[in-house]
Design a protein around this ligand. Sequence first.
Ligand SMILES: O=C(O)C1=C[C@@H](OP(=O)(O)O)[C@@H](O)[C@H](O)C1
Ligand SMILES: C=C(OP(=O)(O)O)C(=O)O
Length: 446
Amino acid sequence: MAHAEHPVPVTARAKGPLCGRVRVPGDKSISHRAMIFGLLAIGETRITGLLEGEDVMRTAAAARALGAIVHHDGPGAWRVQGAGVGGLKQPEGLLDFGNAGTGSRLMMGVCGAHPITTTFDGDASLRKRPMRRILDPLELMGAVVVEQREGGRVPLTIRGPKEAVPITYRPPVASAQIKSAVLLAGLAAPGETTVIEAEATRDHTEKMLRHFGAEVTVTREGAHGRRVVLKGQPELQAAPIAVPADPSSAAFPLVAALIVPGSDILIESVMTNPLRSGLLATLREMGADITVESETNEGGESVATLRVRAGGLKGVTVPPERAPSMIDEYPVLAVAASFASGTTRMRGLQELRVKESDRLAAVEAGLKAAGVTCHIDGDDLVVEGGNGNVAGGGVAATHLDHRIAMSFLVMGLATQKPMQVDDGAMIATSFPSFIPLMNGLGAEIE
Ligand SMILES: O=C(O)C1=C[C@@H](OP(=O)(O)O)[C@@H](O)[C@H](O)C1
Ligand SMILES: C=C(OP(=O)(O)O)C(=O)O
């Protein structure tokens, strides 16, 4: 388990072109939801391809504490015997979600609508992240929240009502976690629970609700939004889940192959859900050589094998409405932008300030440590590309953030001098096999 007190410095250096074929682990968003729906369903949910990263293991432990029987059958293969909506057990201790925003927030939605009292906690990173965005709608649905330390942060305790009240909710920020927490709470409420989002966010919860037998309707709302209506108190029936490969993890070998001269790699069966594909669209606009070798369907999601070849990238402006479809990919996009020709402006990145770290500040500091000219302009990040030449030689501070760690290690594969990150331990939260997978492609990360 990763601890801030025992940082693990990791260094990446340029060695030569990357080549080979890889498949990245299962999608983190879908893996959390697979465990949660397994808990809420009647019967046995069989999961294949589950991401066995620390974040998802925290959600699995919470599902057990709430009454699920969870079996691990082999790599990625899990079975969850559910407690059913309404059948949750009062957990004995607190639920420690470690570094996991998604796991903690979605489980707050589940627990906050049931007549149980649950205490949530996490690591130093999670303790800084805003939870009011989840607690506000839960209070409208009848939950009582006791904040223990600091307002709107874990540790906190939620007592759910005898019967949750259905609501119509407009999340104040584009967030699949808020939408999902409200919908999961809505499962325990009679009548219809509605979420109206101004910007469409990832739709894994809606898809899984349907897959488990709930009635959900989704209609367009405004230029970029969605209205999601859930009919409450369904009996969810266990259903098999095949977790596709995580596009947010695929982003690391993908950008590495674009910036390391001479590289040519294949990334197998990456999920191409359009609400997760903003990075691909942006890299293509930058001139990236990414082709689809084959396309198919896995577990209700389209997946594609991508061939990625190194080549000159040019700077672009990334519009703010694209942010929800690539929210976790901005750190590694900033790395790609550092090697492009010209300026890249990434607009509307305010949500990056409240991730595992303040990612705007962490990216700016890491890029500067590598000799890249960049600045934050309001909520925009502006990066001046070095046209293939980036000095490197610096140390990037990761602030308990896996994506910051992996992004700067990818950068070090193409900089003139090696890049170090002060702590690689957090990589295990989302991509435990990152270092061997990259080294298998010919990288030197140690
Ligand atoms: O719903 C999800 O699985 C996620 C939603 C996003 O967070 P927000 O809802 O805060 O945007 C994303 O950053 C996170 O990694 C996973
Ligand atoms: C933001 C992320 O995750 P979470 O919110 O689940 O901690 C992420 O994985 O980049």
